[in-house]
Structure formats: structure tokens, C-alpha cells
Write a protein that binds this ligand. Structure first.
Ligand SMILES: Nc1ncnc2c1ncn2[C@@H]1O[C@H](COP(=O)(O)OP(=O)(O)OP(=O)(O)O)[C@@H](O)[C@H]1O
Ligand SMILES: [Mg+2]
Length: 299
């Protein structure tokens, strides 16, 4: 069963600007997917289409329900945290969550709301007017608001933007916990280390087109095939002439080499040892998701 199916989705703004160009990908139930793309790539446009607030060409299905056929049923199966912060300015934190529950026809969810409020560190603010919240608190309330009906599919558009380090960690733990309970997660963020840590798949879009879809394992393989920085400190600063072409810097006894891929590192190590060079220290910086992302973008 797919939690989300995006089939040949396109979006043209004002009859002239193509923001999404034939986008297709699927999320299997239980997936945790990072949707990556530079500013303006089309991530929010896609999420707006999924949320039903913006028109599109193509087909979107949430838990098997075609959005164009039954938007109300599809909406009950998803919770979306939008990028833009917007609240009714005359309600309190708790009222906002109760009102949202009412919209989904959910009653008797007080214990779940209390749990979400604690996770989002909003317990001291339940009676505060939404206008009086700080930017980070507003974002946390938006996350809580999207989850009042405990939807199987959760979509978060930059949930951690403007959220401080400690609460960001808390938010990630909460999202990871929901994933462990079986919820399917799709999120966008510019914090790629967090994507690397939590997501099991990534979809990259650029200029409205999908440019890569990979599992974590495929990304690791890709990283192994990409240039790797290898630092090696040798006894007495000895080095081999035949390896000098790989050097990008030298400092005291420390040599920094740029290798074509992970396999070349074993060759270099063997060469150093065969040449009688004693290694005192070494460090390998494998390409990070950020490097892979830039590589896909052609940088
Ligand atoms: N209502 C609109 N009318 C016209 N063009 C729009 C509209 N909304 C977005 N766009 C354009 O569509 C493109 C994609 O924007 P979108 O907001 O989807 O990007 P994004 O990937 O979410 O970027 P970011 O990382 O900055 O949030 C941009 O060029 C943007 O200017
Ligand atoms: Mg966006």
C-alpha cells in the first residue's frame, strides 16, 4: 500500500511559469522521506498541491484515495505542516488545537493533545493567544495542529526553520517516534545532516523536476564512488613522491589528499605501507549528503 502517490504532477503558475514538471514518486507506508531542493525548486508548490489548496495537472493519491475524487477523505489521512505560518489571531493555543480537531470531526482526543503539547514544549502557553507566541513557538504549534487527528501520512514543510537547537532535537525525536509507530513521513528541510540521520529515502527536485530518488543504501554507494578527502599524518613527515599528484595541502607532517573514490583509499594506504611510510594518524571525510546533493545539481 502506498501512503502517497504522485503521478505525473505538473503545476503552471499564471499560465507561464512551470513550477512542477511531470513529477512522479511514491511513498510506501512506513517510509521516512526527505524532499530536497534549493530555494524555489518547487517543494512547497508540491506540498500545496498535496494539501488540496492548489490546483495541479496529474494525479495525487493519499492512502489510495485520489485527491481529485475525495479530498475530504484524503485530508483525514494526512497532516500537513505548512511552511508559511498562519493562525487565527483571536484564539489561544489550546483553542487552536480543539478547533482543528473539530474540523476533522475528532472528539475525545484530550490525552493525545496533551501529549503533543508537551512534545512541542507548549505546556506553559496553552492559554496564550497565538499572536503572543514567538516565531519558534508558532512553528511548534503548527506541527501540533497538523497532528491533532493522528494521520497516517505526515508532511512537514521546513518544520525546524527558526526553531532553536534544543527544541529542534526534540522535534526530530518526536517525528522519529511517530515514524517508529508506523506513520509515513515526508519532509523538506535545509538541515541535511538531519535528513541523513533520520530519512530512509530522499527525493531531490530541481526546477520542478525530480532529479534523483534514492534509498539510504543507494546514497552510501553513490558516496563511495565520489571524491573523498583523506588526511594522513606520517612519522617524520615522510611521504611518497608518486602520491604527490593527489595532494591538495601539506601542513607539518600532515598530508591532505583528494581521492577519486573510496576504493582509491585502500590503494593509497597499501602504497604508503609498501613504501615504508609509518602512519601516525589518519582521517577520512566521506562525502556527506550535502556533497551528494551538490553533485546531483551539477556543482
Ligand atoms: N503563487 C505563486 N505564483 C507564481 N509563482 C509562484 C507562486 N508560488 C511559488 N511560485 C514560484 O514557484 C517556484 C517554486 O516555489 P516553491 O515555493 O515551491 O519553492 P520551494 O522549493 O518550496 O523553495 P524554498 O526552499 O525557498 O521554500 C519559485 O520560482 C516561486 O517563485
Ligand atoms: Mg518552500
Amino acid at each position: 500500500m502506498y501512503a502517497l502517490e504522485i503521478n505525473n504532477v505538473s503545476k503552471v503558475y499564471d499560465n507561464k511559469f512551470t513550477a512542477l514538471d511531470d513529477v512522479s514518486f511514491k511513498l510506501t507506508s512506513g517510509d521516512f522521506v526527505g524532499l530536497l531542493g534549493v530555494n524555489g525548486a518547487g517543494k512547497t508548490t508540491l506540498i500545496s498541491a498535496i494539501s488540496g489548496i492548489s490546483s495541479y495537472h496529474g494525479q495525487i493519491k493519499v492512502m489510495g484515495i485520489d485527491l481529485k475524487k475525495n479530498l475530504v477523505a484524503a485530508k483525514k489521512n494526512m497532516g500537513i505542516v505548512p511552511q508559511e505560518i498562519a493562525f487565527d489571531p483571536f484564539t489561544t493555543v489550546y483553542q487552536t488545537l480543539k478547533l482543528q480537531s473539530g474540523l476533522y470531526g475528532v472528539k475525545n482526543n484530550k490525552s493525545w493533545l496533551d501529549e503533543v503539547i508537551v512534545w512541542m514544549h507548549l505546556e506553559d502557553k496553552i492559554d496564550a493567544n497565538t499572536r503572543s507566541l514567538s516565531g519558534g513557538m508558532k512553528r511548534r504549534l503548527m506541527v501540533a495542529q497538523a497532528l491533532v487527528h493522528k494521520p497516517p501520512l505526515i508532511i512537514l514543510d521546513e518544520p525546524t526553520a527558526g526553531v532553536d537547537v534544543e527544541i529542534r532535537k526534540n522535534l526530530w525525536d518526536f517525528i522519529a517516534g511517530l515514524h517508529q509507530q508506523g506513520h509515513t513521513i515526508l519532509l523538506t528541510t535545509h538541515y541535511l545532516e538531519e535528513v541523513e540521520k533520520f530519512c530512509n529515502h530522499i527525493v531531490m527536485i530541481d526546477k520542478g523536476k525530480v532529479i534523483a530518488r534514492s534509498s539510504k543504501e543507494e546514497l552510501n554507494l553513490k558516496a563511495n564512488g565520489m571524491p573523498t578527502i583523506f588526511e594522513v599524518e606520517t612519522k617524520d613527515g615522510l611521504f611518497l613522491d608518486e602520491l604527490r599528484s593527489l595532494l591538495i595541502s601539506t601542513e607539518n607532517n600532515k598530508y591532505t589528499l583528494r581521492l577519486a573514490n573510496n576504493d582509491q583509499m585502500m590503494l593509497v594506504l597499501n602504497q604508503l605501507m609498501a613504501g615504508g611510510i609509518k602512519i601516525e594518524n589518519m582521517n577520512i571525510s566521506k562525502p556527506k549528503l550535502e556533497d551528494i546533493f551538490l553533485n546531483y545539481l551539477g556543482h
